[in-house]
Ligand binder design. Structure first.
Ligand SMILES: C[S@@+](CC[C@H](N)C(=O)[O-])C[C@H]1O[C@@H](n2cnc3c(N)ncnc32)[C@H](O)[C@@H]1O
Length: 411
């Protein structure tokens, strides 16, 4: 998969995937792209089916005196199913909008010719693809809602503080500071870094994430224009139904408007772009050698089957004395969805390579040092969730590492 860029803008209907990127060139890459489209198409039907339809059937299977009692206030279980259906429809509007923009960008039709395998993306998603559409929609809570600020404070703010600490003076004297954000997710950290006056390049491998970030960065109509019920599809650990049906508005900050405003007030903005690629492949290439002043990885390094490859790519793309800022836990998880043929000769490379290893934090830090970095800051550990409902009776909390490593000029 080659590199591709998107830029926030105010215009409508512009193609934000221009460049040399052609997922149609490789049938496997096309399959992955089509499955991502189809998963957003299926979001609505799948959510109704698995969330409310099944529960209604199970509810009516109770002894009739029981379900009747639970249909009355204060329980009103059937009414709640209806409200959850409404919430699903609200969320599905976002899935539809992401799909529409994505299809437009690739010149595909919403109703493709079913006999043309190069165009027909319908019914290509597996259940794993549809699950990714679900988690991508929920992720807007973390990156683009006011309520997600608590998570961003722990995960993204330290990155901005470390960048300021290192580069503020150089930035203020007019120097361009380039920051790479691998595994950029829905793009909020990339946007915040750009707003802080640094040139931010996000990188993502997932079409789900790329389509969703493209939509929110370039195609939303204004602040708080889209409603999301991030927790509506979950029925456990609820203190109340109000909690289940909580609604948040997306985006809390409208990227285009915020940038226009900053430009209007004479504030220095950085540039912003996004590459679509396996990080270990693209950033190990010669033209990315020593091109970034900083790399910021947030909840990212544990996606590595082989962390050594990630460190090699980070080291390669960082300038001498450049810094690597890391925030995140070590929940090792490898994308098992598909292997990608990402090099020119068609061999498995990048995260498609065989083998994987899971390291402890101590081992990670030793490895980073062994591979030519000096750990300069480590230790302030703050707990946070990842798309965590703060009112849930179950709190999944991480205590992520936060460290800064400097690339030493010679290994
Ligand atoms: C746990 S998410 C974190 C997203 C975001 N940084 C955040 O904090 O919300 C990890 C992201 O890394 C992406 N990713 C995983 N392996 C990658 C690779 N080899 N190259 C680029 N992105 C990758 C995934 O698609 C996913 O969006």
């Amino acid at each position: 998969m080659a590199s591709e860029h998107q830029h926030p803008h105010n215009g409508e209907g512009e193609n934000s995937w221009e460049g040399d990127f052609d997922p149609f060139a490789d049938p496997e890459e096309r399959r992955v792209l089509f499955a991502a489209f189809d998963s957003f198409r299926q979001y609505r039907r799948n959510a109704h089916m698995n969330t409310t339809h099944r529960r209604r059937q199970a509810f009516y299977a109770l002894p009739s005196a029981h379900w009747q009692m639970l249909s009355e206030p204060p329980f009103s279980i059937l009414d709640n199913f209806n409200k959850v259906d409404d919430a699903i429809d609200t969320n599905a509007e976002m899935a539809d909008a992401i799909l529409e923009i994505g299809l437009q960008s690739f010149g595909l039709s919403i109703a493709p010719d079913k006999n043309d395998p190069t165009q027909n993306w319908h019914d290509t998603a597996t259940s794993s693809d549809v699950n990714k559409a679900h988690s991508t929609i929920r992720q807007f809570y973390r990156d683009w809602s006011l309520e997600g600020q608590a998570e961003r404070e722990v995960c993204y703010d330290p990155v901005l503080q470390d960048l300021h600490h290192e580069f503020q003076t150089r930035r203020d004297s007019g120097e361009d500071i380039r920051v790479l954000v691998p595994g950029a997710g829905l793009g909020r950290l990339v946007f915040d870094i750009c707003m802080a006056g640094y040139d931010a390049e996000g990188n993502e491998i997932s079409y789900h994430q790329l389509m969703a970030s493209n939509w929110v960065l370039n195609h939303t109509k204004g602040p708080s224009k889209h409603a999301l019920h991030p927790f509506a599809l979950h029925f456990s650990n609820l203190q109340s139904r109000t909690q289940q049906l909580q609604k948040v508005q997306i985006p809390d900050v409208h990227p285009g408007a915020a940038m226009q405003e900053a430009i209007g007030s004479g504030r220095r903005l950085g540039t912003m772009s996004m590459s679509a690629a396996d990080f270990t492949v693209l950033y190990a290439q010669p033209d990315n050698k020593e091109s970034f002043d900083a790399v910021a990885t947030v909840f990212f390094i544990d996606t590595a089957p082989n962390l050594i490859r990630y460190i090699e790519a980070i080291r390669h793309s960082l300038k001498p004395n450049g810094i690597w800022i890391n925030v995140g836990p070590l929940l090792w998880h490898f994308d098992d969805g598909h292997s990608r043929k990402t090099n020119d000769v068609g061999h498995e490379s990048g995260i498609g390579e065989p083998g994987n290893v899971e390291l402890s934090e101590e081992e990670v830090l030793s490895l980073v040092e062994r591979m030519g970095f000096r750990i300069e800051k480590n230790g302030d550990r703050r707990a946070c969730g990842y798309i965590q409902d703060p009112n849930s009776m179950l709190q999944n909390l991480y205590q992520p590492s936060h460290w800064v490593a400097r690339k030493l000029p010679v290994v």
